[in-house]
Design a protein around this ligand. Structure first.
Ligand code: PLP
Ligand code: SF4
Length: 336
């Protein structure tokens, strides 16, 4: 099914994504060194609080030198504040444990089933609920997607499959192909959605084999990216987005509203404009999930609403993301 052109297959890969993945920075002192802050180890906590640092070098290259408040650095650098215990911040902030239906399947909303396709990410985002999720037991891709496919078969109301994680593009392309082959006799599924941060943090993942697979999937295709700041984009991200679009995917983005990173109208407006230049429409702006260790990123609802109003006043409507929060038990994301 891989339809990469012969020439694409013969030319040696410029930079194999697996190699770049393995080569990510995982040592906080090395990260500080890489951004010219080698003398600022005072910024680091005594340990990693069970959620290690991980960031690809290409993403680090987009950080400003010698700036401890760089918006990309703050998304990945472990901080002392994470060790504060704040009331109301839990380890299962979005009720995922209650919504489990089988191995790696979350079916909370009508018509859409979410598969936890992989537990891995190329980057560890400090604000992420994933820092507490027991992913190892709950991966849909294990056992050839059998449980996931039989769950879908048993419920004809499921029209859309969402691959999430972790990052589903952490899987080898042949693993993704296995799933879409399994969908061939399930005509009820008309849409495949992929939630991924990889085209932003490791754009080399969008290689010829992946595009060959995606282009051949006979479904409507949506790729929901995750970027929080305009500085996350560069020409390599633009190129990955262009390839995804050429393969027939509609590109959307979800951001998380993060104190000290993107909690200004200028920053959010610039992000929307930059994304549109890359062919992406803003989808959601999430209020932070209240996970232990992320309280210092929270923006109050009143400021969040002010920011959304400011965006409405200065951007075309299609560049204003929907401000939402995930509430356990709700039938969908809740608008603020
Ligand atoms: C967020 C989410 C979805 C997708 O919701 P949309 O509003 O369609 O983007 C689906 N299933 C689960 C379990 C989710 O958490
Ligand atoms: S799931 Fe998304 S937000 Fe969480 S660590 Fe992975 S890439 Fe970051």
């Amino acid at each position: 099914m891989i339809t990469a052109s012969p020439s694409a297959r013969l030319s040696p890969p410029v930079s194999d994504w697996r190699e770049l993945w393995r080569n990510a920075i995982t040592d906080p002192a090395e990260l500080l060194q890489a951004v010219g802050l080698g003398d600022r180890t005072d910024l680091l906590p005594p340990d990693d609080a069970g959620f290690a640092l991980r960031v690809p070098r290409g993403f680090v290259a987009r950080m400003h030198r010698r700036d401890p408040f760089d918006p990309l650095l703050l998304q990945v650098l472990p901080q002392r504040l994470e060790h504060d215990r704040v009331e109301g911040y839990a380890t299962d902030a979005v009720g995922d444990m209650a919504a489990k239906t089988g191995h790696g399947i979350l079916h909370k909303y009508d018509g859409r089933a979410l598969l936890i396709a992989s537990g891995s990410c190329a980057v560890n985002c400090r604000y992420c609920f994933r820092r507490h999720f027991p992913y190892n037991e709950e991966i849909a891709a294990a056992s050839q997607w059998r449980e996931a496919l039989s769950h879908v078969r048993a419920d004809p109301s499921i029209r859309e499959l969402i691959l999430s994680g972790g990052d589903p593009l952490a899987l080898a392309t042949h693993k993704l192909q296995e799933l879409t082959q399994g969908l061939a006799d399930l005509p009820q599924v008309i849409r495949l959605r992929i939630h991924t941060r990889l085209p932003v943090v490791l754009p080399e993942r969008i290689d010829a084999a992946f595009i060959g697979w995606l282009g051949a999937v006979p479904l409507q295709k949506v790729v929901v990216l995750h970027a929080n700041h305009a500085n996350e984009f560069d020409t390599s991200v633009d190129a990955a987005c262009a390839k995804l679009r050429e393969a027939g995917a509609t590109l959307l983005n979800q951001s998380v509203l993060l104190r000290g990173i993107n909690d200004h109208a200028d920053t959010l407006a610039e992000l929307s404009e930059r994304m549109f230049a890359a062919g992406i429409l803003p989808y959601y702006l999430h209020q932070l999930d209240r996970v232990q260790g992320a309280a210092h990123f929270e923006v109050s609802d009143s400021i969040a609403l002010e920011l959304e109003q400011a965006l409405r006043a200065r951007l075309p409507g299609y560049l204003v993301p929907r401000l939402v929060r995930e509430v356990a038990g709700d039938p969908g994301k809740r608008p603020l």
